[in-house]
Ligand binder design. Sequence first.
Ligand code: FEO
Ligand code: CA
Ligand code: CA
Ligand code: CA
Length: 631
Amino acid sequence: MINDADDTITNPTANQPFGEVVRRRFSRRSVLTGGAAGAAAYVLAGIPTAAGAVEVPVSGETAPTPTLTFKPIATNTTDAVTVPTGYTAQPIAPWGDPIIPGGPAFKTDASNSAAEQAEQLGMGHDGVQFFPLGENRDSSSEGLLAINHEYTTNNLLFPDGDANWTAEKTQKEQNAHGVGIVSIARSADGWAIVDSGQARRITPNTPMQFTGRAVGHPLLRTATDPTGTTPTGTVNNCGNGTTPWGTLLTTEENFNGYFWEETEGEAEGIDQRQATNNERMGVGGQGFGYQWATTDEQWRADLHPTRPNTFGWIVEIDPYNPSSTPKKHTSLGRFKHEAAVVAESSRGEAVVYMGDDQRFDYVYKFVSTNPWRDDVAAGRSPLEDGTLYVATFNDDGTGRWTPLVWMESGLTPANGWDSPGDVLVRAREAADQVGATPMDRPEWIAILPGGQVYIACTNNTRREEANAANPRIDNTFGHIVHIDEMSASFGAPAFTWDHFVLAGSGDGTDGSTVEAEDMFGSPDGLWADADGRIWIQTDGRQPDGSNNQMLAADPSTGELRRFLVGPADCEVTGAAKTPDGTTMFISIQHPGDDGTPEEPTLTSTWPDRDPTSRPRPACVAITRDDGGVVG
Ligand code: FEO
Ligand code: CA
Ligand code: CA
Ligand code: CA
């Protein structure tokens, strides 16, 4: 999502327990401190999985020592994807292409119908994952590409933009949201969409299922789902992740932007608890200006006050089974989910790290009740039952995970909490109550074996009071926090932390801990590959005014190199590799989208280079010309 959409503040609490700016925790070379201890001994061992080749970092193992072999590139403002010498960047799976070859073709004047859009890739490419196909699901030349379609830009989606709104336009815009799953294969000509019978679109209208401790809670009951068990659809899917049992996790971020609440919570039937909940989640007014509420009453929060509660979840999708019903796992809590990255604890539990991307919101993790292999063997998702925690970062470099569990930590009826489900639906308010640390917009999270966790805090230009973990007021360029889960278990209740890097110009004026040649701003996408490289992607203003970019870091040495610069006015996001590491997939979101809805200005012709067409978000397949591992 274009940076500003996540920028408002809905946290009314004063959870700033560490008001003093503590600068001793970082230094110019503090990028060196992240995960450096013991890093030299790290060796990655993949775990055998039900699905085949999908691996997650495991507690007790040690991270590998990566090598950065590419020649770093300079920043630029060109309208192209720039990669190092010896690499090729191929656009693939743009908005509007049919999900099956021979499906409805993209029309360059944006006149495709809603029905056609339902059989095409959506817009706003964000998180991307590669699920290998082949006999053992370990192929690096054929697989499923799962793409989040976070949001739409209506001056591109329609010939006449937001004007002359109709139910057909609502339907088309909804069909351009959600998730796209396509089969792709690599030939001598590069990667292309093929037909393996597994392509699928998931939209704001796809039937889903709730699991977990909030199922059936009154706050989840709606007019179309009176039992609170079978919600409809997913929206504003931002970051994503994979599980070791071979499924996709997609996140629901700025769902509030789609709801209208014309009477500010005063409608009949809305109680004060729900009104406060909607306010805390930013539901109100006419959202971000989407017009769905004008033709589809389900997006009227004043008429359907609990319907926003059916969004803000982590959704699990089996990409290998196109007829499977996606599951919304309530036990992972409801907030503006950005990241969903899975690790394995020393006891074999699934641990999911999650950021809540809003100014002054929090970092969470979920720990499954059972070892994940036991749940999978019993036919359950390990994400159905477990404990949600929220992070507090102390100013001495320690931290704690506080369980958000009913009847603990003051989450009691006396304080207005009626049940376990209530705590999960209103997880933000529960986190407010237990004293979680308000962060500078936590976005993606990267993890490495041995309990190493890296959290992108993209920026926060409205921070007026620093805390140790968020040490800069008016934090224009953001930073990356590093957590070391003590005892090297991802399931640990306490941790130590430091700053992996403070982003910025590197010129000594802004407190950044980078060299000038590696300058960057607004880290958003963050992903650790199997060799231990940390990939950093940006969404926002860069210190020198250049285009958004992607860098690679070696956490064992602190080395940082710029790998990619995106086209004009895009965001670089999403990261995945084939099992052999020779293709990396990323997303280019909103290329050329430099305007406002009122005054759109299109500054890009990427990727089609067709003056009669329009810029299109797309994925990019990056390969090395000598066939080696990307990085
Ligand atoms: Fe969807 Fe916070 O970016
Ligand atoms: Ca985004
Ligand atoms: Ca962002
Ligand atoms: Ca993001």
